[in-house]
Design a protein around this ligand. Sequence first.
Ligand code: FES
Length: 148
Amino acid sequence: MIIRISKITLISFLLFSCEPNLVDDPIPVVNFDDVVINLSFPAYINLNKEGGFKDISDLGGGVRGIIVYRLSPTAFVAYEKNCSYTPNEACSTVEVHSSGLFMIDPCCSSSFNFSDAMPTGGPAWRPLRKYRTQLNGNTLTITDEIID
Ligand code: FES
């Protein structure tokens, strides 16, 4: 009987030990005034090309700031910099990797791709939050509306 229980325990361990822990704190929600960017200003020159990005944390907005990425000539995404993994940790903040190819939280190395902010490495299992963007001519507006 003792051996039988041990076998069940072992099988359970093998079955479930590789499952990620999908329990985490929610990413905090904050309201903020619209962030408005004039894309013709030199500071935002990198956003004038497809695949360009800019950390606009100096303008306010978001819980820990925002990174904007240009997906296409007409589409931008605005990512919350608060890491989706243990977001309440003091160090839980994402930045653009020095390669410029993806985003990373140096705290415990969760990485996120630019196109949809899905995690590509590290302990994070949720994407980064996205805020609504509106393009009107050369003016890009980021609102506090959270989108999927
Ligand atoms: S807090 Fe983001 S990976 Fe650790």
